[in-house]
Write a protein that binds this ligand. Structure first.
Ligand code: PGA
Length: 257
């Protein structure tokens, strides 16, 4: 079985000092509890702010089993794009993963299906793993359109990829109504159908299908039990290192079961 991807985006939180403390704690935990390896059956990943990328890489070290990501990257390699960061720059700073299309970027920063497609291609072109986020609003869900909506978002972003390229993509399903302070945790029943739809289309063809949105220490195990869920993408619960370490333990136990 492929490892369960368990990771966090810090979104726009943490100073450099706070980020270093979190990363040092994770590094030291893996060293003392897992001989410097990832927990068995688990692929940890962390996605700090751009400003903390090199610092976190420095703390984790070059050979860390923890994958490091950025929360966004531009589709062009370089040029006159004030305020943007390119995939080669992200790679240069130590990143291996590029988060693409998070709903907060779609809502506030003009991310579209077209830009997600360009960004997926850019990440693949430079050997980084695209972590494509998809998810529907409460209105779409209430109208019964969740599965069709997320399949369309995914298909639009992944259009034209070869089987080999698709196999390097990770998809995170993150319903907007379940994300963040204003969200509410999804029930297992609500997620079965969207994951069945995603699984039918992408299971065995992409590197992994993750769930994200109000994941916490009480629901993580049951979320991992949903068919086709191969990992968790977590915000608030993992911002405190203790929460993240507990999620790693839950995932390791799940992988062993
Ligand atoms: P949350 O964030 O876990 O704080 O709900 C999830 C996400 O946006 O990925």
């Amino acid at each position: 079985m492929s490892p369960l991807w368990i990771g966090t985006s810090w979104k726009m939180t943490k100073t450099l000092a706070e980020g270093r403390v979190w990363a040092e704690g994770l590094r030291d935990h893996l060293a003392s509890e897992h001989g410097g390896q990832a927990p068995s059956g688990v692929q940890p990943f962390v996605i700090p702010s751009f400003t903390a990328t090199t610092a976190v890489r420095g703390v984790l070290g070059e050979d860390s089993p923890v994958l490091l990501g950025v929360q966004n990257a531009h589709w062009e390699d370089e040029g006159a794009w004030t305020g943007e960061v390119s995939v080669p720059q992200a790679r240069d700073a130590g990143a291996q993963v590029v988060e693409i299309g998070h709903s907060e970027r779609r809502e506030h920063f003009g991310e579209t299906v077209k830009t997600t497609r360009l960004k997926v291609a850019a990440a693949l072109r430079h050997g980084l793993t695209p972590l494509l986020c998809i998810g529907e609003s409460a209105e779409v869900k209430d109208a019964g359109g969740s599965s069709a909506f997320i399949l369309e978002q995914a298909a639009g972003a992944l259009e034209g990829l070869s089987a080999e390229e698709l196999a390097r993509v990770v998809i995170a399903y993150e319903p907007i109504w379940a994300i963040g302070e204003k969200g509410r945790p999804a029930t297992v029943e609500e997620l079965v159908e969207p994951f069945a739809a995603l699984g039918e289309q992408y299971s065995g063809r992409v590197m992994g299908l993750l769930y994200g949105g109000s994941v916490n220490l009480d629901n993580a195990a049951e979320l991992l039990g949903i068919e086709h869920v191969a990992g968790l993408f977590v915000g608030r619960t993992a911002w405190k290192l203790e929460g993240y370490l507990e999620l790693l333990r839950i995932a390791e136990a799940h992988a062993a079961s």
